[in-house]
Ligand binder design. Structure first.
Ligand code: SF4
Ligand code: SF4
Length: 510
């Protein structure tokens, strides 16, 4: 931490000067044998890694038609090249989205196209050597799968999917990333990313009940494993203990209290996050999502609500229906998915985001606020990439942008937008998403945060902004770490439901 410094601010938009090799060898730690084997991957690089990697690539190309289209369709127009926060911050040309894709495209051409087989040099085709594999590990683990580049690509090429495929191939030959694979192991074993056992969670929740009672005089409950509750809340485990995450958990509890909704958390399924998506592995993605279905069936809940977590909402909104049977289109041949469909109350969206829940209650008049209680804040909103570009909220395109802002405006007086070139679908990743929120990548994370820090500084200078709300656990953790390196107070970042919690009027005990 001591020798890491923040890059100098620029005036956007500026195409950075190139520094070739700036991030070479600066990828994350490699997973140990124990970590890989615990989740069913080869412990270390297998002897026949070359053949296995090419076979896996062939399998993915035939399974995911989009991947093959992405490999063939790029015309190297360069529209994406300066759109990645990691390229902007590091200036390493291999962090340009098109260059990142080309790491795989060059190998694809060599083994899966005729010109590449016969005239490799003419078409930029490369053998998959150990050096190339190392390059894959390094640079595909410097992409947060945020999809910003795809917004600017005239062909809609999604580098995030290419990154996911590369990581899946790397895992299949025993070359996994430590942070993501270790976290996945903890979810399988204990039920959450942080490895917090049930008794520790219960202690935390009891402590929160006491704190809220002391602060408000109202008995707001934080229930766990309550059978027959109406709502099962699935929230990122950081909400149970990390700052500022826990303040949003308090906000959710107050919303449930004020609306008279019975709700529960689950000790067995105490994690909304799903790192299976980050490593592009369907089996891991599904196994993690299945814990939620099991909890919902055991507790007999009628609704499933997801807390403030960006990638979790993308998985829930976009994939849960086929992964675990929550949502429309659940597998008709899966009897547990059908059982869950019968159990859930379809008058409500399944799953529902906590922001949708809260905004519905605001519109129905069941929540009231004293907005002046947030007057110390001049607030802006950071759109989290997975919510912005991988999901929706409400019943129209763009609801995922409007609903969190509507809630902020309902509970606070002072709201300011950041530069529109960096919000809504054009938002920048915080710099820590996609399985990169690890200290072995802190240099990359600080550099990747540069574009967001620049526009935050603008609204601070122009409007006195002192609070940046967001609805993602990773954004909150990432900004808490990097804000001080850029000269901000770490408490500048917080949750939307933290603001809700400050201003909500609780009324009588329910
Ligand atoms: S998906 Fe995001 S992190 Fe990855 S290359 Fe594109 S802009 Fe960069
Ligand atoms: S914008 Fe699309 S087509 Fe153009 S270089 Fe980037 S990925 Fe290729």
């Amino acid at each position: 931490m001591a020798d890491i410094t923040a890059p100098a601010y620029r005036i956007i938009p500026i195409v950075p000067k190139l520094i070739p090799g700036a991030m070479e060898g600066k990828g994350p730690f490699v997973a140990s044998d124990k970590i890989n084997e615990a989740i069913g991957f080869p412990g270390k690089l297998v002897e026949d890694w070359h053949d296995k990697a090419i076979a896996k690539m062939g399998e993915l190309l035939s399974k995911y038609r989009s991947l093959k289209v992405y490999m063939d369709a790029c015309v190297h127009c360069g529209a994406c090249s300066d759109k990645c926060h990691y390229f902007i911050g590091t200036q390493d040309p291999k962090n340009m989205p098109v260059a990142r894709q080309d790491l795989m495209r060059s190998v694809y051409r060599r083994y899966f196209t005729l010109p590449g087989k016969f005239f490799p040099k003419l078409v930029g085709a490369r053998d998959l050597t150990r050096e190339v594999l190392d390059e894959w590990f390094n640079y595909f683990n410097q992409c947060s799968e945020c999809r910003r580049c795809s917004v600017f690509c005239p062909y809609g090429i999604d580098t995030a999917e290419v990154t996911m495929a590369a990581r899946e191939i790397l895992d299949s030959v025993g070359y996994g990333q430590k942070y993501s694979n270790e976290i996945i192991g903890k979810v399988h074993k204990i039920g959450n990313n942080l490895g917090l056992p049930g008794p520790a969670l219960r202690d935390t929740l009891e402590g929160l009940e006491e704190d809220v009672k002391d602060a408000t005089g109202v008995d707001v409950k934080f229930p766990m494993d309550v059978k027959g509750a109406e709502v099962l809340l699935i929230t990122p485990s950081a909400d149970f203990f990390a700052e500022p995450h826990i303040d949003s958990l308090i906000g959710y509890a107050k919303v449930f209290h004020a609306t008279g909704t019975t709700w529960t958390l689950s000790s067995m399924s105490s994690e909304a996050g799903n790192f299976g998506m980050f490593i592009g592995n369907y089996d891991q993605l599904r196994a993690i999502a299945m814990r939620i279905r099991q909890a919902a069936l055991e507790l007999g809940v009628k609704r499933i609500v997801v807390g403030e977590c960006g990638h979790a909402w993308r998985v829930a909104y976009s994939f849960w229906n086929t992964l675990n049977g929550v949502g429309d289109g659940a597998d008709a041949d899966d009897k547990f998915a059908q059982m869950l469909q019968k159990q859930l109350d379809h008058r409500y969206k399944q799953p529902m985001h906590i922001c949708e829940f809260t905004w519905d209650a605001v519109q129905a008049g069941t929540l009231t606020f004293d907005k002046s209680l947030n007057d110390k804040h001049i607030i802006t909103f950071h759109d989290s990439c997975n919510v912005a570009r991988g999901s929706r909220m409400g019943d129209y395109a763009g609801g995922q942008f409007d609903i969190p802002r509507n809630i902020i405006k309902a509970c606070a007086n002072n709201f300011v937008e950041m530069d529109p070139r960096t919000t809504r679908e054009q938002t920048f990743c915080c710099g820590g998403g996609g399985g990169l929120l690890t200290d072995d990548l802190l240099d990359l994370r600080v550099k990747g945060a540069l574009p967001r820090m620049e526009v935050l500084q603008q609204v601070k200078d122009d409007h006195g902004v002192n609070f940046m709300a967001t609805i993602c656990a990773i954004c909150k953790a990432q900004f808490t770490k990097v804000l001080p390196i850029y000269g901000f107070d770490r408490r500048v970042v917080g949750g939307v439901h933290q603001l809700v919690s400050n201003a909500i009027i609780l009324g009588e005990d329910k």
